[in-house]
Design a protein around this ligand. Structure first.
Ligand code: UDP
Length: 477
């Protein structure tokens, strides 16, 4: 019995942020001596192989393997935020039976899967796991605060706060216990800004969240000191929570004891490392880093306003503009000469950056972000104050916590991204409010560092997770 090695299958939702968190967990489980299968969609696996050295990252562990599965969408499908529900539906109808078949045939193999960790928005995996008789844990890659707001959907509906009535967007929300004093209507995740309860995206988020209680526990990429009051609320419904974040930092901390392995990128875009050399040429704390993650899009007009604001602020800026991030391509025109000139002097544009390294660079002073959860915890860990321009999903509530609870950034949600606003906020974060934002950011970063260090809360929770997976893989009956 002692010699048996657990074999964990990890099933991420097929999107960049989810894959990053799950890959880090995969490597941590390899370090624990487990066998690990990482199940990627064909579409994303192709990109991962094309743009990273992921195979060599995992080469120290012969017990690790990738497997792939179809997401059911045609090759040319954009898999973009505005068609999110098409992906969700396709996973449920297409991937689910394939996943079932895969697990059933795997049962006959020598090194069969003994445990599943599935993304918390792919709860069809729980149906299959129950059917096949394999224990399962849920990994929700969003913040505890957004998870809790989703969990409270029935309470919000009872209070008449859902469907979202017309009226004052600054009115306080009462239906999310623990947030009554600061959560405004405008801070609810975008999935909750709906006019009817039967909207598929709302139904989807509610069903998935509620189903979490069916698995043996919940893994979250957060840490106790960051979200402790909210975690207490969640624990009254889901008692078994493993807070193991920030995962990228926990992995680094574990790897520092392990010389022959590294934690390189899991990017689905080609990282442009030339920006690191550009950052090397800049004075300490002089650059604003701008990135809206892997899903968010801006219109061409919004992009131009951001651009003017950045140039007019007279600060150096490093800006990630993904090739697929500008909508309304039809109106392409000349880039105004002053933007080209301002960018030559002080700017650097890339299509994809090595974000974790960028945030850790001494030249970076602030982060203009869409408030995706990975970006938020990466910024928190690096102690970099944020300007938040949330786009969708959990980002609206994350940015409220940044500005109002952790006080390590400014929230520009629902403000027009006019050049004046952008310039003003960039100046505030880098001049006017610089000291107070830096003080809070440094304080939270210190808590984050402690949590992933030996004996810290995330470190200990990972140990507990490893032991629990081991015992659930081989129950003693
Ligand atoms: N990221 C990156 N390079 C970039 C932009 C983003 O490596 O140029 C990574 C970032 O570090 C984060 C992930 O992509 O881990 C984005 O996830 P997040 O949850 O912040 O947002 P999403 O893309 O899901 O909206």
């Amino acid at each position: 019995m002692e010699n048996k090695v657990p074999h964990v299958l990890l099933l991420p939702f097929p999107a960049q942020g989810h894959i990053n968190s799950m890959i880090n967990l995969a490597q941590l489980l390899c370090l624990a001596g487990f066998h690990v299968t990482f199940l990627n969609t064909d579409h994303n696996h192709d990109r991962l192989l094309r743009f990273t050295d992921i195979q060599s990252r995992f080469s120290p562990w012969p017990g690790f393997r990738f497997r792939t599965i179809s997401d059911g969408l045609p090759v040319g499908h954009p898999r973009s935020a505005d068609r999110f529900m098409e992906l969700v539906d396709s996973l449920r109808t297409h991937m689910k039976p394939l996943f079932r078949e895969m697990l059933i045939s795997n049962r006959r193999e020598l090194d069969a899967v003994t445990f599943i960790v599935a993304d918390g928005i792919m709860m069809f995996a729980t149906d299959v796991a129950d059917e096949v008789g394999i224990p399962i844990l849920t990994f929700r890659t969003i913040s505890a605060c957004s998870f809790w707001s989703y969990f409270c959907i029935p309470g919000l509906a009872e209070n008449g706060e859902l469907p979202f009535p017309d009226g004052d967007m600054n009115g306080l929300i009462k239906g999310v216990p623990g947030m009554e004093t600061f959560l405004r209507r405008r801070d609810l995740p975008s999935f909750l800004r709906v006019k009817e309860l039967n909207i598929p995206s709302l139904q989807f988020i509610w069903t998935e969240t509620q189903n979490t209680t069916r698995s043996a526990g919940l893994i979250l990429n957060t840490f106790e000191d960051l979200e402790s009051p909210i975690l207490s609320q969640i624990r009254s419904h889901c008692p078994n929570i493993y807070t193991v974040g920030p995962l990228h930092a926990l992995l680094k901390s574990k790897l520092s004891n392990n010389n022959n392995s590294s934690s390189s990128s899991s990017s689905l875009w080609k990282e442009d490392n030339t920006c690191m050399t550009w950052l090397d040429s800049k004075p300490p704390k002089s650059v604003i880093y701008v990135s809206f993650g892997s899903y968010a899009t801006v219109t061409r007009d919004e992009m131009l306003e951001f651009w003017h604001g950045l140039v007019n602020s007279q600060k150096s800026f490093l800006w990630v503009i993904r090739p697929d991030s500008i909508t309304g391509k039809g109106e392409e025109g000349q880039i105004p000469a002053e933007l080209e000139e301002g960018t030559r002097k002080r700017g650097f544009l890339v299509e994809w950056a090595p974000q974790v390294e960028v945030l850790a660079h001494p030249a970076v002073a602030a982060f203009l972000t869409h408030s995706g959860w990975n970006s938020t915890v990466e910024s928190v860990f690096a102690g970099v104050p944020m300007i938040c321009w949330p786009f969708f999903a959990d980002q609206q509530i994350n940015s409220r916590f940044v500005s109002e609870v952790w006080r390590d950034g400014l929230d520009m949600k629902d403000l027009s991204c006019s050049r004046e606003t952008v310039e003003k906020l960039v100046r505030e974060v880098m001049e006017g409010k610089r000291e107070e934002l830096r003080t809070s950011s440094n304080k939270i970063a210190e808590f984050a560092r402690q949590s992933v260090g030996v004996g810290g809360s995330s470190w200990n929770n990972l140990e507990r997770l490893i032991e629990d997976i081991r015992s659930m893989s081989f129950p003693l009956h």
